[in-house]
Design a protein around this ligand. Sequence first.
Ligand code: FES
Length: 317
Amino acid sequence: MNKILVSIDGRSDEARDVVKLTLRRPDGDHLPGFTPGSHIDLFLPNGLTRQYSLVNDCRDPSRYEIAVSKAIASRGGSSCVHEQLRQGGLVEISAPRNNFALQPGHDTFQFIAGGIGITPILSMIRHCQSQGWKWNLLYLARTRAHAAFQDELLALGQERVRFHFDDEARALFDFSAPSFAVDPGVPIYCCGPTPVMNAVDRFSQGRPDNPAYFEWFSPPAEAVTRQPATDFKVKLQRSGQVYAVPESKSILEVLEENGYELSCSCREGMCRTCETTVLEGVPDHRDYVLSKGEREAGRTMMVCVSRARSEMLVLDL
Ligand code: FES
């Protein structure tokens, strides 16, 4: 993967435990373009790689803005951003990728953000504004102090934003309440912690007229109820090598053990970095990024988590 060196041109506190970074090329050149909902990999000084959504206006090629919430149980990513990335410093990033793109064919959108899940939604809202599309946002947060970008959102459309703060309401948001409705045909885009995503998933399942799209922070609960893994073989088209993938290992792990260096980042089926073309065989998709159509076509897979339904997969490697 080509890495891009950027300088941290700005750093500000956006909410409690949320810091915003502005990234630019040191020479002032333009950065690669992106579409609303895109994210970048941030290659952290402690060796970890983390994905963060771009929050700024995608029409501005001079900078990227990300916002990072310090996780209560940080595994080293968000804490490194908060403690080590300082204004004026340098850091490497990837070019943007988008697993959460606005689908064509609509001009009205319902957005639902939970906490720092506002980040991809904010760039989508900016895009809707620029296109003259209608949108509504339900923004859920633990407290008012934890909700980033409130002023910007209100400036973009005060009458379109509905906040819900758990502590003030003394309850989680109730998606079955009559006060929350989405018009038929309006797609729902949701990003937030797992409980919010699961609640929105349940809400949308009873509404086939409202297609729902999700950007997961971490694997959803469904991951624990999957079929047990079985062993299979992978053949690498370019070398003709065949490797056995035991039930205890991923394709990625087996290939790494055999000296291959594949691009990967999350290793959880969530970032699309390890996407690999399938030439023969039937993948058993266990990722969270492919669309229904891509799954059914079976021509591509995430080798960090997905497995095989056939005895052998032939990969374009
Ligand atoms: S490494 Fe992220 S999807 Fe495979």
